[in-house]
Ligand binder design. Structure first.
Ligand SMILES: *[C@@H]1O[C@H](CO)[C@@H](O)[C@H](O)[C@H]1NC(C)=O
Ligand SMILES: *[C@@H]1O[C@H](CO)[C@@H](O)[C@H](O)[C@H]1NC(C)=O
Ligand SMILES: *[C@@H]1O[C@H](CO)[C@@H](O)[C@H](O)[C@H]1NC(C)=O
Ligand SMILES: *[C@@H]1O[C@H](CO)[C@@H](O)[C@H](O)[C@H]1NC(C)=O
Ligand SMILES: *[C@@H]1O[C@H](CO)[C@@H](O)[C@H](O)[C@H]1NC(C)=O
Length: 785
C-alpha cells in the first residue's frame, strides 16, 4: 500500500517536472534559500552538485534528490541522505534550519530523510501552510510532535518514522481532516491512543509500530478507508481492535492482545496479511481465517490458541505463508497447504498436532494447558477481584520464581526435619492420608523393580493445574495448610481431589511477564521426574486481568514425608536407624538419581552440589534427591550448570563436562561416607584423613573395618559388602577429579555390595522385610568387578 502510494507520488512528481521542465526559472530568493539549506545540512554528499549556477528546477530528479518547481517556486523538495548518517554536528540548529526552510512557503511535498537532523521539531513548520506530504524519517528529532502541525490543514501524509519523538499520540490530529497516512513507527511515543483517532475518516494507513503505546485501541470501525493498521511491538490490548471491513494489512504482533479473534474478522474480504503473533491470545483459533478470500500471509505464532485442525480444511489458494508455531493446536495439518497453487510455507512447531514429528508436544500437554487456562466450553473461570485466575501453564524462569524452586526443596527438607524432631507444625498431616501412589505396591520389591524398568514413577503425569484446583486442595490457601515460608514465597500442603498429598510452592511475580516467557523453563522442569528425584508434578499460573501477565506462579511437587537421609543416620536422636541393606539401597537411589541427571535428560545437569540433607526418604525408604541443580537456577545465578554443547573446542567442552560430572561424584562420596560411618564430617581435612583410612582398611582385616563403621549397625552387615562400599567411597573422594570413578562404576559396585549383603542376610538371618533389594544387577556387571 505504502509502496503504491509512493509510486503515485513519484509519478505525479515526474509528470509535474516533465511538463515544466524547460519553462521554470526559480526565484533568486529561493535559490539562496536552497544553498543556505545545503550549508546548514553541513553540505552532505548528496547535495554536492548544488552551487550558485545550478538550475534547480531543471535538474534530473533522482531517487535521493529531487526539486520540483511551479510558477518560479519550489513545490517539492526531496533530499534523502545516507541511511547510517550520524547526527549533524553541535553547531547545527534545527531552529535556524526551519527558519530557512519556511522561506519556501510554496512547498507541498517535503522529504528530508536520513540527514542527521536533530532537535525538537520547531512549531514554525506550520508556516509551510501548503504542505501536503511530509516525510522526515530516520533523523534524530525528539520531544513531542508540535501542536502547530495541527494548523497544516492540507496535510495528507505525515511520516516521522525512526526518530526519537516521545510523549503521547496527540489528540489534535483530529484537526488534520484530510490526513490519509499517519506513520510514526520506531519512536518513543507512549500512553494511550486518543479516542479522536477513530474520527480521522480519511485515514488509509496508520503505522505506529515500535513505540511504547499501551491500553486499548479505540474503536476504528468508522475509519472505512483504513487499509493498513500496523501496531507491532507496543503494549496494546487486551481487546482486539474494532475495524472497518476494508482492512488489507493488519499487524498486531508483539503486544498484549488476549481477548479472542472477533467473528467480524471473517468478513474482512480484502485482508491479505494478518499478523497477530506473540500476543497473549488465549482463545480458540477460527480456521475459517485460512479461507478468507484475499489472505496470503497469516501468523498466529507465540500465543495460546487452541482448537483442532482438520485435513479437509479449505484455504485460500493464494496463501503463501502460515505460522502456527507455539500454540495449543491439535489435529492434523490441512491438506490445502500442499495442494494450493502457491504451496503455502507452513511453520507449526510447538503445538500438539499429530504430524508424527518431534517438534510437537504430546496431545495431553495441549489439552491440559487448554483446561488450565479455562478456555474450553463450560470451563470458563469466574473473575476474581481485579484478577482473572488464569491458571496458565508453562512457567518458570524469572529469577525470583526460580530461585524459589530450589528454596522449595530446601523447605521440604526443613519440614521433614521439623517433623522428625517431633515439633508440631500447624496441623500436621493426618497419619493415614493417602499418598500420591499406592504404598502397598511399593512394598512389593519385585513389582517396583519392574515398574522402574518400565520407567513408571508411580506419580501422575506432569500437568498444568488450574487455580481452582489448588485453592480447593489448600482450602483457599488456608493458614492450616501453610507449611513454611522462604524468602521467595510460601509452601502449602495440598490434598488433591484424588486423595494425593502435594506440596505447593506459591511465588509472587514482581516483574510482569507473560506466560510465554516461562514456557522454556517449565518444559525443563517437567522433564525432571525420576523415581529418585523429588519430582515436580505440575504448575499453575495466576494472571493479572488487565494485561494477563503472571501474578503468581505455583509449582506442585511430590510430598515426600519421611525425613532426610541424615535424620535417619547421624541425627536420629534415639530413633532406630537404617539397616545396612537400607543404607546400600539409599546409596543406590542417590546414585541412580545422579545418573539420571547426568544421562537421563537433555540437556544434562551437572554440578548439583548435593548434600546428604538434600536426600529425603519416602515412607518406604526410597531415597530421592530434592535439591538438584535446576537449570534456570543455574542460569539466573550465572553458574555453569547446564552443559549444552556449544561452539568452541569440543575437547575443552568434554573436559569440563567430565569435571562437572566428577564434582557430583565427590559429593556422592561424602554422602556415602556418612552412610558408612554414621556421623557428619565438617572439614575437608577430616574427610581426607578418613578417606585415606578407608583406603587402607578396605584391604585390611574385618576388625579394622568394624572400628570405623557406624556402631549402630552392630554386626548386621556382610563384611564383603562393607569392604566394597568403603573401597568405592574412598575412590569417590579422591582429590583429582579424573581419578574418581564414573557414576556407572559407582552403581555397579553398590549393586554388587547389595547383592552380597542380600546373600549374606539370606544365609545368616531372616529378612527384616524392608524393600531394599529392588536392584538385581545383571551378572555381567558383577563379573566386571
Ligand atoms: C559547523 O562547524 C563546521 C566545522 O566544525 C563547519 O565546517 C560548518 O560550516 C559549521 N556549520 C554551520 C552550519 O555553521
Ligand atoms: C519516507 O521517505 C523515505 C525515502 O524516500 C522512504 O524510504 C520511506 O518509505 C518514506 N516513508 C513512507 C512511510 O512512505
Ligand atoms: C511517557 O513517557 C514519559 C517520558 O518520555 C514519562 O514521563 C511518562 O510517565 C510516560 N507515560 C506513560 C503513561 O508511560
Ligand atoms: C520494540 O520497540 C522498541 C522501541 O519502542 C525497540 O527498542 C525494540 O527493539 C523493539 N523490539 C522488537 C522486537 O522489534
Ligand atoms: C472435515 O472432517 C471432519 C472430520 O474429520 C468433519 O467433522 C467435518 O465435517 C469435515 N468438514 C468438511 C467441511 O468437510
Amino acid at each position: 500500500m505504502v509502496k503504491n502510494f509512493r509510486q503515485s507520488v513519484l509519478l505525479v512528481l515526474v509528470i509535474i517536472s516533465v511538463s515544466f521542465h524547460f519553462s521554470e526559472q526559480l526565484q533568486s530568493s529561493q535559490v539562496q534559500t536552497l544553498l543556505r539549506i545545503q550549508h546548514l545540512l553541513n553540505s552532505p554528499a548528496i547535495l554536492s552538485s548544488w552551487n550558485d549556477d545550478t538550475d534547480f528546477c531543471n535538474t534530473e530528479p533522482s531517487l535521493s534528490l529531487t526539486v520540483v518547481c511551479y510558477d518560479e517556486s519550489v513545490t517539492q523538495l526531496h533530499i534523502i541522505g545516507n541511511k547510517k548518517i550520524p547526527p549533524l554536528p553541535k553547531n547545527f540548529s534545527i531552529d535556524s534550519f526551519f527558519t530557512t526552510l519556511v522561506r519556501i512557503p510554496s512547498l507541498k511535498v517535503l522529504t528530508l530523510v536520513s540527514l542527521g537532523l536533530w532537535g525538537p521539531l520547531p512549531g514554525k513548520i506550520s508556516r509551510l501552510s501548503s504542505l501536503e506530504i511530509l516525510n522526515m524519517s530516520s533523523n534524530f528529532l525528539f520531544g513531542s510532535i508540535p501542536q502547530e502541525i495541527s494548523s497544516l490543514t492540507n496535510l495528507q501524509t505525515l511520516i516521522l518514522d525512526d526518530n526519537m519523538f516521545n510523549g503521547k499520540l496527540p489528540d489534535w490530529l483530529i484537526s488534520l481532516s484530510v490526513l490519509s497516512v499517519l506513520s510514526l513507527k520506531k519512536n518513543s511515543l507512549n500512553g494511550t491512543f486518543p479516542e479522536s483517532l477513530g474520527s480521522l475518516n480519511n485515514l488509509r494507513i496508520l503505522a505506529l509500530s515500535d513505540n511504547h503505546f499501551s491500553g486499548e485501541v479505540p474503536d476504528l470501525s468508522s475509519l472505512t478507508n483504513l487499509q493498513v493498521l500496523d501496531l507491532e511491538n507496543n503494549s496494546l490490548g487486551p481487546q482486539f481492535p474494532r475495524l472497518g471491513v476494508k482492512i488489507v494489512t493488519l499487524v498486531l504482533s508483539k503486544n498484549k492482545f488476549s481477548a479472542g479473534i472477533p467473528d467480524k474478522v471473517s468478513s474482512y474480504y480484502q485482508l491479505q496479511k494478518l499478523d497477530i503473533s506473540f500476543n497473549r491470545f488465549v482463545a480458540p483459533f477460527p480456521p475459517s481465517i485460512l479461507a478468507l478470500p484475499s489472505i496470503t500471509y497469516l501468523s498466529i505464532a507465540g500465543n495460546r490458541f487452541t482448537g483442532m485442525l482438520f485435513k479437509n480444511q479449505s484455504c485460500n489458494s493464494e496463501l503463501e505463508f502460515v505460522d502456527f508455531s507455539s500454540n495449543l493446536l491439535t489435529g492434523k495439518l490441512p491438506n490445502c497447504f500442499e495442494s494450493n497453487s502457491k504451496k503455502t510455507a507452513v511453520l507449526y512447531a510447538g503445538n500438539c498436532l499429530s504430524t508424527g514429528e518431534k517438534n510437537q508436544h504430546p496431545f495431553s500437554f495441549c489439552r491440559n494447558e487448554a483446561l488450565a487456562v479455562g478456555i474450553l466450553p463450560h470451563r470458563r473461570k469466574p473473575e476474581r477481584e481485579s484478577r482473572l485466575g488464569l491458571a496458565l501453564s508453562i512457567s518458570g524462569g524469572i529469577i525470583g520464581g526460580v530461585v524459589l524452586v530450589s528454596l522449595a526443596f530446601v523447605i521440604f527438607r526443613r519440614v521433614h526435619l521439623k517433623q522428625t524432631r517431633g515439633r508440631t507444625l500447624p496441623r500436621l498431616i493426618a497419619e493415614n492420608a493417602s499418598t500420591g501412589y499406592n504404598s502397598k505396591l511399593l512394598s512389593d520389591a519385585r513389582y517396583i523393580s519392574q515398574a522402574m524398568k518400565l520407567g513408571a514413577l508411580g506419580i501422575p503425569a506432569y500437568r498444568a493445574f488450574s487455580l481452582e484446583e489448588l485453592e480447593q486442595a489448600t482450602d483457599n490457601f488456608d493458614t492450616s495448610t501453610f507449611l513454611d515460608e522462604g524468602s521467595h514465597g510460601q509452601m502449602y500442603r495440598g490434598h488433591l481431589k484424588d486423595g494425593s498429598v502435594v506440596a505447593i510452592r506459591c511465588m509472587k511475580m514482581k516483574r510482569r511477564h507473560g506466560t510465554q516467557s516461562f514456557m522454556h523453563h517449565i518444559e525443563l522442569i517437567s522433564k525432571l521426574r525420576h523415581w529418585h528425584l523429588v519430582s515436580a508434578l505440575g504448575h499453575c499460573f495466576e494472571c493479572y486481568l488487565d494485561d494477563s501477565s503472571v501474578s503468581r506462579l505455583f509449582l506442585v511437587f511430590e510430598y515426600v514425608r519421611n525425613g532426610t537421609l541424615r535424620s535417619w543416620l547421624s541425627e536420629r536422636r534415639g530413633r532406630r536407624t537404617l539397616t545396612w541393606a537400607q543404607r546400600i539401597s539409599a546409596a543406590i537411589g542417590v546414585a541412580k538419581g545422579i545418573q539420571f541427571l547426568h544421562t537421563g535428560i537433555v540437556p544434562s545437569i551437572f554440578s548439583n552440589n548435593l548434600k546428604i540433607t538434600d536426600v529425603v526418604l519416602d515412607q518406604n525408604f526410597v531415597a530421592k534427591i530434592s535439591s538438584y541443580n535446576l537449570p534456570f537456577v543455574a542460569e539466573s545465578l550465572g553458574k555453569v550448570g547446564l552443559q549444552i554443547s556449544s561452539g568452541g573446542s569440543k575437547e575443552l567442552d568434554n573436559k569440563r563436562v567430565r569435571h562437572d560430572e566428577k564434582s557430583d561424584i565427590y559429593d556422592f562420596g561424602l554422602i556415602l561416607l556418612e552412610i558408612i560411618v554414621g556421623r557428619p564430617f565438617n572439614s575437608m581435612n577430616e574427610v581426607g584423613s578418613v578417606r585415606d583410612q578407608l583406603q587402607k582398611i578396605a584391604t585390611a582385616d574385618n576388625a579394622a573395618r568394624k572400628s570405623i563403621v557406624d556402631p549402630a549397625i552392630h554386626n548386621a552387615y556382610s563384611d564383603e559388602s562393607l569392604k566394597t562400599m568403603m573401597e568405592i567411597c574412598s575412590r569417590c573422594l579422591l582429590n583429582n577429579p579424573e581419578d574418581r570413578p564414573s557414576i556407572e562404576d559407582v552403581l555397579w559396585n553398590l549393586q554388587f555390595a547389595a547383592q552380597v549383603q542380600e546373600a549374606w542376610r539370606g544365609d545368616s538371618q531372616s529378612s527384616d522385610g524392608s524393600p531394599v533389594l529392588h536392584f538385581q544387577p545383571p551378572r555381567r556387571q558383577i563379573n566386571l568387578q
